[in-house]
Design a protein around this ligand. Structure first.
Ligand code: ADP
Ligand code: MG
Length: 509
């Protein structure tokens, strides 16, 4: 994630052209500051900031001759007076006075040849400070390098997408996860727009480029961290949940130069949370249905019975008879709904055991083929051979598959095709019911498993898929829904294979 900081100093702030000048130093005296100047000249960390400096000669070393033993000055010529030094070395263009004798400074300055700059011993404290600054900056730099290495390792290891975007939303940097997910190098990704890099499908950008209410634009606009929950349907028609965070990154002048955007795939966590909410809902429905059973079903039974006998009466006019008939039909409908709710909440009556999913699915298909078939539609069955048995309750599983086929028929235009397949996937036996129906928009896909969610008005209870998922959970399996609007839907029941059982040859398979 390393990025070179760009300087935002206004133009003309420092007129110094580093290559222009080389400072050729003559030192006068060896008082305080002498060793600092040697340090500065031999310190590569400072050399980076300063124009090149060379020590040419020394004059009047004074009494501190021990300093002259420093290996850095051992070969430098030493003169008794600075006048002699300047005369012998006309290339010296900076004289640094470290003798500490204030009264001479005026005189020295007055005698200084043209083109020679002068630093007196007081001003040379600035050089000492510079030296200290360089030492601190070297430590900081090491710390910074360590921090950067640590950060880079963390940023690259996290399983989230992290991109740094410029103000236009184009990628300035990204972490390894992004590159691996897209199978592209960083060079290819740099400069690409975020909606393209974040896409979960090749043929669809993550969002519309004109959408301005995403976390990126919010962070840019408000200067604050922004986040949002986003859902997308992938190529396979599966719903994905993302949490997107955007953090503004400011430059040295406090302006937002970049926005760091992190995207986390929270699909499985969200699934888990939803499941919990739904199972709580199922619990409430369970208790409520017991109440309904007693308080409504019994009177309903009475209404049904009396209406039936009323219908047999010969004193009814044809119009009255018609009305009584409606009462009877509606009573029957209410009773069916109550029965379905009771069936949903009551623990399964069937036995959970080892079941041949192929045989069960085949029976479910055969039952519907024999019963009814919408015109111009096909219902086909395919099964892999020698599949392991699964843990389930055969009757409930069959009813579940029939319900899926019902849903498929309901969603299908004419002509249409429903295909039921049984196959092995990742060690699980899968029963899938695919249709070429209308598919589901994203908001329906998000809620299909929610009890009582139905788009069919009075015709559906919205319990089919919720019940199926509850049963599958009980058997250690799961349900997956993949749907594309206008193309169709596939619901897959994933059943736990019974282990250690020899592969079974399916009769007639
Ligand atoms: P119901 O069938 O009573 O509405 P379900 O739980 O079976 O309840 O289904 C819930 C909703 O999911 C349906 O109302 C429908 O909108 C949607 N749905 C289920 N299966 C399909 C399918 N094969 N194609 C399109 N939409 C479907
Ligand atoms: Mg249904």
């Amino acid at each position: 994630m390393a990025e070179k900081g760009t300087s935002h100093l206004p133009e003309g702030y420092c007129l110094w052209e580093m290559e222009e000048t080389e400072f050729r130093l003559g030192l006068l005296g060896s008082g305080p500051g002498f060793l600092s100047i040697l340090d500065i000249m031999s310190n590569p960390a400072i050399a980076e900031f300063l124009p090149p400096m060379t020590l040419v000669a020394l004059a009047e070393p004074g009494s501190e001759t021990a300093k002259l033993l420093d290996p850095r000055v051992r070969d430098i010529p030493v003169y008794a007076t600075y006048e002699e030094m300047l005369a012998r070395h006309p290339d010296i263009n900076m004289l640094v006075e470290l003798s500490g004798k204030r009264y001479r400074i005026k005189k020295i300055v007055a005698q200084l040849p043209d083109g020679v700059s002068f630093i007196d011993h007081t001003a040379s404290f600035i050089l000492c400070a510079l030296n200290k600054f360089a030492a601190i900056s070297a430590t900081c730099r090491t710390n910074l390098d360590n921090q950067r290495a640590l950060l880079e390792a963390v940023v690259n290891e996290v399983p989230e997408d992290i991109v740094v975007l410029d103000r236009q939303g184009h990628v300035a940097d990204c972490n390894r996860n992004v590159m691996v997910r897209l199978g592209k190098t960083k060079e290819v990704l740099l400069g690409r727009p975020c909606w393209e890099v974040q896409a979960v499908r090749d043929d669809l950008p993550f969002c519309h480029p004109e959408t301005k209410d995403c976390p990126f634009y919010t962070a840019l606009r408000t200067g604050q961290k922004a986040e949002a929950l986003e859902t997308r349907v992938n190529k396979e028609g599966r719903l994905l949940y993302f949490r997107v965070y955007a953090y503004p990154v400011r430059d040295a002048l406090g302006q937002i130069a970049h926005v760091l955007v992190m995207r986390r795939d929270i699909t499985s966590r969200t699934e888990g949370e939803k499941r919990l909410q739904q199972s709580e809902k199922i619990g409430i429905v369970g208790r409520m249905s017991q109440y309904l059973a007693h308080e409504i079903r019994n009177p309903l039974f009475a209404i049904g019975g009396f209406t039936n006998s009323l219908l047999r009466s010969e004193n009814l006019t044809p119009r009255e008879r018609e009305k009584v008939k409606i009462i009877l039909e509606e009573t029957a409908r209410l009773d069916a709904i109550l029965r379905e709710i009771l069936g949903f909440t009551k623990p399964g009556e069937g036995v959970v055991g080892e079941v041949d999913a192929v045989a069960v699915a085949r029976e479910a298909v055969a039952a519907l083929q024999g019963l009814y078939m919408p015109q111009d539609s096909s219902l086909t069955f395919e099964a892999e051979e020698s599949l392991p048995w699964v843990r389930a309750d055969a009757d409930t599983l069959k009813r579940g598959i029939i319900h899926l086929i019902d849903n498929a028929y309901e969603a299908m235009g004419r002509p249409g095709a429903v295909i039921v397949r049984v196959f092995l996937n990742q060690g699980d036996v899968c029963v899938s019911v695919g249709d070429t129906g209308r598919g589901m928009p994203k908001d329906v896909l998000e809620r299909v498993f929610s009890p009582f969610f139905s788009t069919k008005g009075g015709k559906g209870t919205g319990l089919g898929l919720a019940k199926l998922r509850k049963d599958m959970d009980d058997w250690g399996g799961s349900v997956e829904v993949a749907s594309q609007e206008g193309k169709g839907t596939t619901v897959t029941l994933r059943l736990a294979a019974v282990l250690g059982v020899p592969a079974t040859v399916i009769p007639g398979g």
